[in-house]
Design a protein around this ligand. Structure first.
Ligand SMILES: *Cc1c(COP(=O)(O)O)cnc(C)c1O
Ligand SMILES: *[C@@H]1O[C@H](CO)[C@@H](O)[C@H](O)[C@H]1NC(C)=O
Length: 519
């Protein structure tokens, strides 16, 4: 059996045991050695936790645990490499077949057999309304507009479905295999929650609690969560911001008694499985845009909040995808834009409410993974940086760190009026209606003005989820004439369920205790 085998046998106790001891790992080479002949990555936390034996966690354990006990995020011990020949051999594959090729580089067969993985992928993407799953659209009659990667054809009409429909089925597979129960706890600024709920509703052995900031998610986002009838789904509206909600989730994961009581699993954007699922569409759009054998590279402009989506693009590049520029596109909550332009990362006093609420965050949780890679996967250095950030609310990058980061990514930020201008412009020129998040990606691509490759702009949501911007941009009268998607309209007449709570860990824990009985 491979080195990963030992984690498989411990079932649920294994998850707790694997995360019980924190071991600081100084040398990456240790993992490479531990890997021996093993060809799939293992996972360690960005802050050093590497499992009880210090050898790293296997895929299943990392997915079920979500977050390291030390508060760090799981990162792979290496990036499986894909050659240009292999990429060339992938032309013509369906989205599902491509997803299989990529995911099987990470997922060990003893945890998910090949047939099972294909089945999980097929079931995950069968819920999508477009046969290509994530089509690349050349906007404009002559394709003269932006190249838009439409990621919103899943059940909740936002890009998070691509990852969460897959994660939901993976969770079910692992939990069934272990014959155990898991409580999924996540915080959402809107899209993650609805997407997670749809990915996990009615799944056996899974109780789902989703926290969201009361009054700060769009009406449709809220309906997509609160109208789900399955009894394993619990919507908790906390009286605070998204960051308050996320802080409660992180605190619960860090509390051993809570982890034990609930056997917690995470689905928010820190789960490695989500990043993995998102890597697929970077490869997919390359295969759609770049002619085979042309040797061309490709760029991506990515509307960014928690930094999970753009991180998947960076991981695709690390695997060998010929990526030119990665553009971090932000709204007024531009903490990462400040980092890439000035090398300063700081926690602002409060979150700005913008037209793109799914990007209204002030701390980008996945950014920690990027920083980790920018310091050469040195967990000790990273842990010290995060400690400083948590204590002082800011981080100043060294010149070297800033230079390295800028070599990987560019950034641009769009104000409210700029978002509206992009929506207006694309509608007037091409009759293509962008949602405000997607407009930020398109606008940032214009600002960064990449001249060395084609830029694919990630469209993260359908306009029907965030109607404020469209009305303002193209005029309420014109907007009213565009038919609203019937599937979204129908939600308004369904029964709703939610519980409003104070934004405290105790309030949330009490509520959860009502539904989760200690085994
Ligand atoms: C989540 C989300 C984003 C931000 O993605 P991250 O991975 O958190 O950076 C952007 N747009 C929409 C519509 C989203 O739901
Ligand atoms: C983009 O760059 C090119 C070449 O440097 C320049 O000619 C063009 O005017 C620029 N476009 C914008 C919108 O800045």
């Amino acid at each position: 059996m491979s080195a990963t085998g030992e984690f498989v046998t411990g079932a649920v106790a294994g998850v707790a045991a694997a995360v019980a001891g924190v071991m600081l790992v100084q040398q990456r080479s240790k993992f490479v050695k531990a890997l021996g002949l093993q060809q799939k990555p293992v996972y360690t936390s960005t802050r050093g936790f590497a499992g009880k034996d210090g050898k790293g966690l296997d895929f299943e354990t990392a997915v079920l645990a979500g977050l390291g006990e030390d508060g760090g995020l799981f990162v792979p011990s290496f990036f499986p490499q894909v050659s240009q020949d292999t990429i060339d051999s992938w032309y013509g594959l369906s989205f599902q077949a491509l997803a299989y090729e990529i995911m099987s580089l990470y997922i060990p067969e003893n945890q998910v057999p090949a047939d099972k993985l294909r089945d999980i992928i097929d079931r995950s993407y069968a819920t999508f309304r477009h046969e290509e799953v994530t089509p690349v659209v050349r906007v404009g009659s002559e394709g003269e507009g932006p190249k838009v990667l439409e990621l919103w054809h899943g059940e909740t009409w936002a890009f998070k479905d691509v990852a969460l429909s897959f994660l939901g089925n993976m969770f079910e597979h692992f939990i069934t295999r272990r014959n155990s129960l898991v409580t999924v706890l996540g915080a959402t600024s809107g899209d993650t929650g609805s997407s997670a709920i749809h990915g996990l509703r009615g799944k056996k052995g899974v109780e789902v609690f989703i926290l969201f900031p009361e009054g700060r998610v769009s009406p449709i986002q809220e309906l997509q969560m609160t109208t789900v009838a399955e009894e394993n789904v619990h919507c908790l509206a906390v009286k605070g911001t998204f960051d308050d909600a996320q802080a409660i989730v992180k605190a619960m994961f860090r509390d051993p008694s809570a982890r034990e009581q609930f056997n917690l699993g995470a689905v928010n954007s820190i789960n490695f499985c989500r990043i993995l699922a998102q890597i697929t569409y970077y490869f997919y759009s390359y295969l759609r845009i770049v002619p085979k054998g042309s040797g061309k590279r490709i760029s991506f402009s990515v509307p960014t909040g928690n930094f999970g989506d753009i991180l998947a693009g960076y991981y695709a590049k690390r695997m060998g995808l010929p990526v030119d520029r990665l553009i971090v596109a932000t709204n007024d909550n531009e903490i990462v834009h400040q980092f890439f332009s000035r090398g300063e990362y700081f926690k602002p006093a409060e979150v700005q409410q913008t037209l793109a609420p799914s990007m209204d965050i002030c701390v980008s949780s996945n950014f920690e993974r990027f920083l980790y890679h920018m310091v050469d996967d040195d967990a000790e250095t990273l842990a010290a940086m995060m400690k400083e950030f948590e204590e002082t609310g800011k981080l100043k990058a060294s010149e070297d760190l800033l230079r390295r980061s800028q070599a990987e990514m560019s950034s641009a930020s769009l104000s409210r009026s700029e978002i509206i201008a992009v929506v207006k412009d694309n509608y007037e020129k091409y009759q293509y209606l962008l949602d405000p998040h997607s407009a930020i990606g398109v606008g940032a691509a214009d600002k960064v003005n990449v001249t060395t490759s084609d830029v694919v702009c990630l469209a993260c949501a359908h306009w029907g989820k965030f109607t404020d911007a469209a009305g303002q941009a193209i005029g309420e009268e014109t907007f009213a004439k565009i038919p609203y998607p019937p599937l979204l309209e129908q939600l308004k007449s369904l029964p709703k369920r939610k519980t409003v709570l104070d934004a405290t860990k105790d309030a949330v824990r009490n509520e959860m205790s009502k539904f989760v009985k200690k085994e």
